[in-house]
Ligand binder design. Structure first.
Ligand code: CLR
Length: 263
């Protein structure tokens, strides 16, 4: 699974001749993915942009740092879950997703939702001062100190930095997200081929989009699969550490969706 990038989109061979997609179908696909993203992204890009320089004061940062670990976890997990709800809604709106068997829908969501959260996080990230939108203002990574997982947070911020450097458009973010979700390489899929067909169509549409906007160069610069996977593993690991520290109590209060996906 290693240093493959989402740019292995590049391998021309992946488009089989019998899969020639008409330009009408291409445009419908682009419309579908872009609309699905727009309708489910919670914060609009222009709103996030306006608030970019509204950062927490030193005192506010400190008051977050003084919160207890379990309190801060509960709070963050709550926000993360809300964001994930929107991503699930995004998946459901992708054409073909709801026609997959329910098992495969869950497999794809479990594996992909956190990766998409990372991509979406880059929209809410200010690369100039390394802050992320959190509870109404932009927060530096120190704000998350009491979670006790600074290595995870640092990796998330680093990834956002690399993503911000690419200046991704909303269309591009929409496609990167949809291709992450419809990844036929996920283990435990029952009907891998069905996902493969969906993925190839998406890939085709994405490349068409990039060609028309002269943005094909971003393909080789997208983060490697391994880098996203690594952060997802870290998240699971930290969650386990936290569960061991607070057996029972703390995790029970996590939202059901979060537990269903990660516990
Ligand atoms: C991601 C993009 C979504 C909106 C959104 C909501 C919650 C945010 C999340 C974004 C980015 C990451 C975030 C999270 C709340 C807590 C979490 C700031 C902006 C930080 C990194 C703490 C991680 C805690 C885990 C260990 C659970 O559209």
């Amino acid at each position: 699974h290693n240093p493959e990038t989402y740019s292995n989109l590049n391998y021309g061979s992946s488009i089989t001749p019998e899969m020639v997609v008409s330009s009408t179908e291409l445009n419908l696909l682009i419309q579908n993915v872009v609309l699905a993203h727009q309708e489910t992204c919670r914060y609009r890009q222009d709103n996030l942009q306006v608030l970019r320089w509204e950062t927490y004061s030193q005192e506010e940062v400190q008051s977050f740092q003084q919160k207890s670990m379990d309190q801060m976890w509960e709070r963050c997990v709550c926000h993360v879950t809300e964001a994930i709800q929107y991503i699930v809604e995004f998946a459901k709106r992708l054409s073909g997703f709801m026609e997959l068997n329910p098992n495969d829908q869950i497999v794809l969501l479990k594996a992909g939702v956190m990766e998409v959260l990372l991509i979406r996080m880059s929209r809410a990230f200010n690369g100039y001062n390394s802050t992320v939108f959190f509870e109404g203002k932009y927060a530096p990574l120190e704000i998350f100190q009491s979670l006790g997982c600074s290595d995870l947070i640092v990796s998330m911020f680093d990834l956002c930095h690399s993503l911000c450097a690419l200046n991704l458009s909303e269309h591009e973010i929409a496609f990167i997200s949809s291709m992450i979700l419809l990844d036929p390489g996920r283990p435990w899929l029952q009907d891998k081929q069905k996902v493969e067909v969906l993925h190839k169509k998406q890939e085709y549409a994405f490349r068409y989009l990039l060609r028309t906007s002269h943005r094909e160069s971003i393909l080789s610069k997208l983060p490697q699969k391994g880098r996203l996977l690594n952060i997802c593993h870290m998240h699971m690991e930290k969650l386990n550490v936290f569960r061991q520290m607070y057996p029972g109590i703390a995790c029970e209060s996590f939202p059901p969706l979060y537990k269903e996906l990660f516990i």
